[in-house]
Design a protein around this ligand. Structure first.
Ligand SMILES: Nc1ncnc2c1ncn2[C@@H]1O[C@H](COP(=O)(O)OP(=O)(O)OP(=O)(O)O)[C@@H](O)[C@H]1O
Ligand SMILES: [Mg+2]
Length: 242
């Protein structure tokens, strides 16, 4: 379960996130959507404490973020960084297993788990596990980022535009894979996206933001049948394609 209570963030004068509150129950998929600069990444980063809120409270599974050590806190939260964020001097295998290394997992375990995860994200282990990130396409790098976040099987996953660089076919198979992971393992998954179709397809709860605020939150049905205001109406008209 992820819960935000009146969370705000100021960067100097810029009120980037304004009094955001929402709750995502355990095992649910949530999608945060909105135009560039509306505060999506900042909201995500406040959940895993890469950014500290200016005010308000963040809870995961009933525990308050501010009561815990940030390093420990991040261990239970898988984070997929916008633009993959792989370490350039490490191979694909080393990138995926970085957290397992820190935890001193056995090499055999790491090998097996990396192979398993590369299958999940549809990457050929033999061919690319010893390459470096720059030797991969953008979409492949993005999938490595997803595998890395899954390595230690965290109960909560935060994903910042994880499918953005993928072609439509790969994106669809990743959607299915995530839907299955969520159904099978009961993970709580919060995804940032620009894509309203993706949000409606994947999410139990869609959170639409504008200028740092939540404009509307709910299911596809809530949005299409009861758009909260003109902004929601025009956002849907612009971003929803057949
Ligand atoms: N570290 C920072 N220091 C100062 N301002 C920041 C910082 N990070 C983000 N901002 C500002 O906060 C606002 C929200 O940024 P954020 O990265 O959360 O947007 P976003 O919704 O993720 O956008 P995008 O879709 O382009 O990724 C923007 O005005 C941005 O310029
Ligand atoms: Mg962003």
């Amino acid at each position: 379960m992820i819960e935000l209570k009146n969370v705000s963030k100021f960067f100097g004068e810029n009120h980037a996130v304004k009094n955001v509150s929402f709750k995502l129950e355990t095992g649910m998929i949530g999608c945060i959507i909105g135009t560039s600069g509306c505060g999506k990444t900042t909201t995500l980063k406040m959940i895993n404490r890469l950014i500290e809120p200016s005010s308000g409270e963040v809870l995961v599974d009933g525990m308050a973020a501010r009561d815990e050590d940030p390093i420990n806190w991040r261990r239970k939260i898988g984070y997929v960084i916008q633009k993959a964020g792989l370490l350039p001097h490490l191979t694909i295998k080393e990138n995926i297993s970085i957290l397992a290394k820190i935890k001193n997992r056995k090499p055999e375990y790491i090998d097996e788990r990396v192979q398993e995860l590369m299958k999940v994200v549809d990457l050929p282990f033999e061919e690319i596990s010893n390459r470096y990130p720059k030797e991969l396409s953008g979409g492949q790098q993005q999938r490595v980022g997803i595998a890395r976040a899954l390595m230690e099987n965290p109960p909560v996953m935060l994903m910042d535009e994880p499918f953005g660089a993928l072609d439509p076919i790969t994106r669809n198979s990743m959607h299915d894979e995530f839907y299955n992971l969520n159904q099978k393992l009961g993970k709580t998954i919060l995804i940032v996206t620009h894509d309203m179709n993706e949000a409606f397809k994947l999410a139990d709860k869609v959170i639409l933001m504008n200028h740092g605020e939540i404009v509307q939150m709910g299911t596809q049905k809530d949005f299409t049948e009861k758009p909260a205001n003109e902004f929601v109406r025009s956002f849907l008209a612009e971003h929803l394609n057949a």
